[in-house]
Every structure is written in structure tokens, then in C-alpha cells.
Design a protein around this ligand. Structure first.
Ligand code: ACO
Length: 423
């Protein structure tokens, strides 16, 4: 098969031949044909905006790899901090590197007292924790004058360390404020997920259960990156203006805040609660199929058209968590719903399978997280992915400030009409 593609402009008869690799050809082909040509591509469905070496995703075959490692192996064998190192550096750390990286992250977990006392206290008593979190990430950058030195690798590495280390602290701070409980300082004797659970739940004597600590870490691994999704694209677009990484991460977190992106697992829990009993499942499925009800939340994916490999891992993790917490009463409804959908031609023919969000909400709920915290839980580990993409962007000579074009569909130029003459 030839490794070129030829495009002809029928208006002029001009032809241009360009290389095609992995199904991608450079848009410079269009400019060669006619410098005033642009593609109309809403939501970038057919546009690769960057080259990336970080995450590989094959939606038809249910494959997800970070830096070439299958997600299944990472979820089974590694820790979130190892995975964050892998995403950022391209290789798994050796023992010495992992020790140094863990030590560094662990010693950057504290936040400035003004964040804890004055900043967070300014929020309304019923503020949404994700709204607080988005603002807190941006505010954090103002504590570091060196945050803007993005041309200096040493400074970039320092900000990366700070952001990864402080996200759990900010997340727990927002939660504790929203439930009216006092802030819990980081405990640097604990692991990354263990410290987070401790900051979330510590009241009096509290010991982190190692099974929940591991489940939290697995969930962090599964959510660490997912190539050019909406939040990561926001990170790259803001990063392309050379804004500091705190502002860019805050923009990425804002994108995640939307219910079409990070908020689907919340919708799954609401949907299962509304269904209320396994007896109501057939009627609910009928409603979905007829188009009179909502969609089956937690099913379907823009990219995965076979299965979402993260969903399989999460389902197993759910059982591990339920061993500790007791079964989430919504589990039976979820299982029945999954069984009914997977044997129904409507869902099978449309390639609709459970996605990562179908079971993650059930786990979070069983662990005691309020529904409002679900998106915050997503943002903590996704920070590693955002920052890996930010680094890659800054080192990519092909990149410039993001500046898409538009297809102007407004009226043609006309003369200003004075107020008195407008009727
Ligand atoms: N329930 C019922 N029908 C569905 C569902 C669903 N969950 N998802 C898609 N369909 C139907 C569509 O109505 C459409 O049917 P039609 O061909 O008769 O018109 C067909 O399947 C194709 O669906 P599209 O909307 O074209 O698929 P798309 O790739 O654009 O959407 C999306 C993907 C947004 C994830 C969709 O499947 C959906 O809304 N799912 C529910 C929400 C959800 O779980 N989101 C989490 C995604 S994972 C994440 O973001 C971390």
C-alpha cells in the first residue's frame, strides 16, 4: 500500500501528494494547495493537534498503554507514584530513582498556611468542592514566584513536584471545608494514597485500611492519563501561551468539572439510585431504548468501541473494596443493568459497553466519598498526565500558541446605523 495520499483541488485542478503515517497526514497539504484553505472540524474529531509519546489508545481493540506498558500490568504491579514517574520521564524508575521521587513528593505535601486558613475560609459554606479545587489550584501558583520560569528545567521540575504532591492536600482541604470539619495536615509517614485517605477521614483515632489504600492507588493509576481528552487539550491550549503550570492545570481541572467529561460517574450513581430496585431494570432499559428516558450512563465511549479496559479492572477493584466496606446496595442494580444491556441488540449493535465510570462511582460511594467529590478524585491523579503533556508540549519544536481558525458565518460588512435611525 502506498504511504502517500494525493489531494486534488477540483476548482483549480492542482494536486498535492504528502506522506501518510498511522492514518495521519500533515495539514500543510492543504496550505500547499491553497494557503487560504482550512478544514471545518468542530470538536477536533478528525484533527491530531500534536505528536505524543505518552499514551497509546486503541479503541477498537480495548487497548490502553502508558509509555508502552499495558494498563492491566501497571494496575496490577505498580503504584501511582511509579506511574506518574513513568508518564513524566518515559521510563519506569529504578529502585534508587523511585526512592528519591517518593521522598521528594512526600516532602512537598504541605501547603502554605494562608491557603488553609484564609483562602479556603473565603468560600460560601455550601461551595462545591470541585469549584473550590479548581480555584485552589490556580491560587497555589501565586505562592511561587518561580512558577512562571517555564524555560528553566529546574523550575519546571520543581512545579511538577509541587503540583503532584499538593493535589491530595488541596482535595482533602476542599472536602473538609465543605463538610465543616477541621483541616488535617499531611502525614509524611504514609504512602501517597494512604496520606490522602488520612487527610480525608481522620477524626480521632483513624487507621487507613491497606486494602482501601491499594484500591485508591489502583483508581489513581487508571485515571492518570487518557491522551488528548478535553481536560488535557485545555492543559495544552493554555500551556501553549506559556502560562504557568498552576493556571494551566486549573484550566484542565475546569474542563474536567463538566458532566460530559469527569462527571459521568456521579450520573451513574444518581441513575442507579433512581432505578431503585432490580425489578425496575427491564422498564428502565426499555425507556433508554425508546429514547424517552436518559442514556444508560456509564455505557458507551467516544473512542472505545469494544470494551474499556479500565472498566474491567475497576469491576474487580470494586469487589476488593466491598470486602472491607460491605457491598454497595446499588451493586445488584448495576450488575443486572450490565447483564441486560450486554444481551440486548440495541446496545450490542451500537458497540456500547461499560466504561470506566460505570463502577468507579460505586467504589467511591462505598468508600464514603460524597458524590460532589468524585470529579476531584479524578483530578488528583490526572495531574500527572496533564503535566506530562505540558512538558512534552514545551519541548516540541512543532508547537506554537494554539490558535484555531473559524468559518465566519455572520453578516457581510455594513455601515453603522445611528441610534436615532434604528426605528
Ligand atoms: N445509552 C444509550 N444509547 C447510547 C448511549 C448510552 N449510554 N451512548 C450512545 N448511545 C447511542 C446513541 O444514542 C446513538 O444511537 P443512534 O445511532 O440510534 O442515534 C449511538 O449509540 C451512537 O452514540 P454516539 O452518541 O454517536 O456516541 P459518541 O461516541 O458520540 O458518545 C458518549 C460517546 C458521550 C460517551 C456516549 O456513549 C454517552 O453519552 N454515554 C453516557 C455517558 C458516559 O458514560 N460518559 C462517560 C464516558 S467515559 C469518560 O469520559 C471518562
Amino acid at each position: 500500500m502506498p504511504d502517500t495520499i494525493t489531494i486534488t483541488d477540483d476548482r483549480t485542478g492542482k494536486t498535492v501528494t504528502v506522506p501518510i503515517s498511522g492514518g495521519v497526514f500533515p495539514s500543510s497539504a492543504l496550505r500547499e494547495l491553497d494557503p487560504s484553505l482550512f478544514m471545518y472540524d468542530p470538536a477536533y474529531l478528525s484533527t491530531a493537534a500534536c505528536k505524543s509519546e505518552i499514551t497509546y489508545l486503541d479503541g477498537d481493540n480495548g487497548i490502553l498503554q502508558y509509555r508502552g506498558y499495558p494498563i492491566e500490568q501497571l494496575a496490577e504491579k505498580s503504584t501511582y507514584l511509579e506511574v506518574a514517574y513513568l508518564l513524566l520521564n518515559g521510563e519506569l524508575p529504578d529502585k534508587v530513582q523511585l526512592e528519591a521521587w517518593t521522598d521528594d513528593v512526600t516532602h512537598h505535601t504541605f501547603i502554605h498556611e494562608n491557603m488553609r486558613k484564609r483562602f479556603v475560609d473565603g468560600f460560601h459554606y455550601d461551595a462545591h468542592p470541585m469549584g473550590m479545587f479548581v480555584s485552589a489550584v490556580a491560587a497555589l501558583g501565586t505562592f511561587y514566584r518561580d512558577a512562571k520560569q517555564i524555560d528553566d528545567k529546574e523550575s519546571r521540575d520543581k512545579q511538577i513536584l509541587r503540583l503532584i504532591a499538593k493535589m491530595p492536600t488541596l482535595a482533602a482541604m476542599c472536602h473538609r471545608f465543605s463538610v465543616g470539619q477541621p483541616f488535617v495536615y499531611p502525614n509524611n509517614d504514609l504512602s501517597f494514597p494512604g496520606n490522602f485517605l488520612n487527610m480525608m477521614w481522620k477524626v480521632g483515632e483513624y487507621e487507613v485500611d491497606p486494602r482501601l489504600e491499594r484500591a485508591m492507588d489502583v483508581l489513581f493509576i487508571l485515571h492518570a492519563d487518557h491522551e488528548q481528552n478535553c481536560g488535557t487539550t485545555a492543559m495544552r491550549v493554555v500551556g501553549s501561551s506559556h502560562a504557568d503550570p498552576y493556571s494551566a492545570c486549573s484550566a484542565a481541572a475546569s474542563a474536567l468539572y463538566g458532566p460530559l467529561h469527569g462527571g459521568a460517574n456521579e450520573q451513574v450513581v444518581r441513575m442507579l439510585t433512581e432505578i431503585g430496585s432490580i425489578d425496575n431494570v427491564p422498564a428502565f432499559i426499555q425507556e433508554v431504548k425508546s429514547g424517552t428516558g436518559s442514556k444508560l450512563m456509564g455505557f458507551g465511549h467516544r473512542v472505545y468501541k469494544n470494551f474499556d479496559p479500565r472498566a474491567t479492572i475497576i469491576k474487580k477493584a470494586a469487589y476488593d473494596v466491598f470486602e472491607v466496606t460491605g457491598k454497595n446496595p446499588l451493586l445488584d442494580i448495576a450488575l443486572k443493568l450490565e447483564e441486560a444491556a450486554l444481551s440486548d441488540d440495541y446496545f450490542v449493535s451500537r458497540k456500547l459497553y461499560p466504561n470506566v465510570d460505570f463502577y468507579s462511582g460505586l467504589i467511591y460511594q462505598a468508600m464514603g466519598f460524597p458524590v460532589d467529590m468524585f470529579t476531584v478524585l479524578f483530578a488528583i491523579p490526572r495531574t500527572a498526565g496533564w503535566l506530562a503533556h505540558w512538558q512534552e508540549l514545551l519541548g516540541d519544536k512543532d508547537q506554537k500558541i494554539s490558535r484555531p481558525r473559524q468559518w465566519y458565518t455572520g453578516v457581510e460588512a455594513r455601515d453603522y446605523v445611528d441610534l436615532g435611525d434604528r426605528g
